[in-house]
Write a protein that binds this ligand. Structure first.
Ligand code: BES
Ligand code: MN
Ligand code: ZN
Length: 503
């Protein structure tokens, strides 16, 4: 799929543009957008509206062929709702409509001439990024393990956006940024969808090394011996039951000034979560191959910011392991000592995410981070709380953390990859009390996603920290089963905004 910007003088009519398809907007009450008007020399679009073939409501579409005095072979009308009220939601939906229809057309190229400059509270660059992201998202397939590939997708291969001379540079940058983001999301999706017998801790480590080579990033992979020397007793207790060796991955994108403190991303990398001795029930256990989506989002975000050459220091850390039952696996009641020195009573071996993350969160103290964000498919309880729409966002509640939380929330909104803030409070911390160790690794049924965050919070006292629980957002179940690439858009936008702020 190819995207480009065509500099177009606003004075010449878009009706002269040759293409397989041109997409323009129409409003409710049979009104045409300026672009639709330019193609309506003989009144055919007005006639289509009058006939009631398209309502003009958001989500409505109509494809016309061979419109008179229009060089494009097809005109795709897209409903935009009431005139003068083009919200970001309306444009996002319009992009979905373009993507759905473009995928089925016999056309090779399409001009997108929607009224991007009239959008409320956002700009043309935002609209271009959103459209590119939607088109790429829609065209994603994972068929590398099918012997007979899905039939080659038909549809539009080349998309052209229009911009005036003054808008062209910003529009080109928007396209480049959106492509880098889409490449990052594709990597996150591929890693998520790849099953546990392929996507092992070693595979994640090799992916990090490959990325590092391609984009000249720093990379280091620590093995079991080195983790023992670091006294990561909590992380290693999760890896005990598996035949696959654990890997601890450190990736460095140092695009900022040498003295600038880095942002650190920590991704949960459980390449398969069987629950361990506290074995999960069999139904949909296959989906626990997605338990490394936090790690995948870190690798995907690095793919994106490296391609963008982002001027910011960012370090990615991934504790990667399987969680399996065996004769050497950790047992319920076992007490382990984390790298911080704190002891943990493992009451449930299925609460393994926090056990691998706590040692990674202690490890990253050495970077003296400007901020640490961990990303994890941490709790089923987060799905109960927020469903599949929002990732759960947890931080302490003070001014430094409110600032970080707001940055992440706003980055989520801008990129359509939203999060919702949840509380961390001492009253929940009490649920983690253990009679035999410094803490238990579970806090009982009530508020499961909050007690999990409270567990992590204990290991993050030395820096500003946020936790994203992506259990509900990283993949889809059912007929549309597959990784979503979330929260790569949120994280990438957050980092782009940080880079702009330190300039
Ligand atoms: N990876 C799971 C969380 C999960 C479960 C994400 C289902 C998405 C869908 C995590 O390791 C886990 O098993 N958490 C337990 C915690 C419990 C034992 C306190 C859970 O959520 O049930
Ligand atoms: Mn688990
Ligand atoms: Zn897990």
């Amino acid at each position: 799929m190819d995207f480009s910007i065509k500099t177009h003088d606003a004075k010449t009519s878009i009706s002269t543009l040759k293409s397989g398809c041109i997409a323009v907007g129409v409003f409710e009450n049979k009104k045409l957008s300026p672009q639709a008007q330019a193609l309506d020399k003989t009144g055919e679009i007005t006639a289509a509206l009058k006939s009631g073939d398209i309502s003009g409501k958001p989500g409505s579409t109509l494809l016309l062929r061979a419109v008179s005095d229009t060089a494009a072979e097809r005109v795709l009308l897209i409903g935009l709702g009431p005139e003068g009220d083009i919200s970001d939601k309306v444009i996002s939906l319009a992009a979905v409509c373009v993507a759905r229809i473009a995928a089925t057309l016999g056309a090779n190229d399409a001009v997108i001439a929607l009224p991007f400059t009239a959008i409320k509270e956002r700009d043309q660059a935002w609209a271009i990024r959103t459209t590119v992201q939607t088109l790429r998202d829609n065209s994603y397939r994972f068929d590398t393990l099918k012997s007979k590939k899905d039939t080659a997708p038909a549809g539009v291969k080349k998309f052209i956006f229009l911009a005036t001379v003054a808008q062209t540079a910003a529009a080109k940058e928007a396209v480049a940024q959106a492509i880098a983001l889409a490449n990052g999301m594709d990597l996150a999706k591929d890693l998520g969808n790849l099953p546990g017998n392929f996507c092992t801790p070693t595979y994640l480590a090799n992916t990090a090394k490959k990325l590092a080579k391609e984009f000249k990033l720093g990379v280091e992979v620590l093995d079991r011996k080195q983790l023992e020397a670091l006294k990561m007793g909590s992380f290693l207790s999760v890896a005990r039951g598996s035949d696959q060796p654990p890997k601890f991955i450190v990736l460095k994108h140092l695009g900022g000034k040498a003295k600038d403190a880095p942002v650190v991303l920590v991704g949960k990398g459980i390449t398969f979560d069987s629950g361990g001795i506290s074995l999960k029930p069999g139904g949909s256990m296959d989906e626990m191959k997605y338990d490394m989506c936090g790690a995948a989002s870190v690798l995907g975000t690095f793919r994106a910011i490296a391609e963008m050459k982002l001027k910011l220091n960012v370090i990615g850390v991934i504790p990667a392991s399987e969680n399996m039952p065996s004769g050497s696996a950790t047992k319920p009641g076992d007490i382990v000592t984390s790298m911080s020195g704190l002891t943990i009573e493992v009451l449930n071996t299925d609460a393994e995410g926090r056990l691998v993350l706590c040692d990674a969160l202690t490890y990253v103290e050495r970077f003296k981070p400007a901020a640490v964000v961990d990303i994890a498919t941490l709790t089923g309880a987060c799905i109960t709380a927020l469903g599949h729409h929002n990732s759960g966002l947890f931080t302490r509640h003070d001014s430094a953390h409110d600032g970080l939380a707001n940055e992440l929330l706003s980055a989520g909104k801008t990129s359509g990859d939203t999060a919702w803030r949840m509380p961390i409070e001492d009253s929940y911390q009490e649920q983690l009390k253990s009679n035999f160790a410094d803490m238990a690794n579970i806090g009982g049924a009530p508020a499961g996603s909050i007690t999990a965050a409270c567990f992590l919070e204990r290991y993050t006292k030395k820096y500003t920290w946020a936790h994203l629980d992506i259990a509900g957002t990283a993949w889809k179940s059912g007929a549309a089963k597959g990784a979503t690439g979330r929260p790569v858009p949120l994280l990438t936008n957050f980092l782009i905004n940080r880079a702009a702020a330190v300039k």
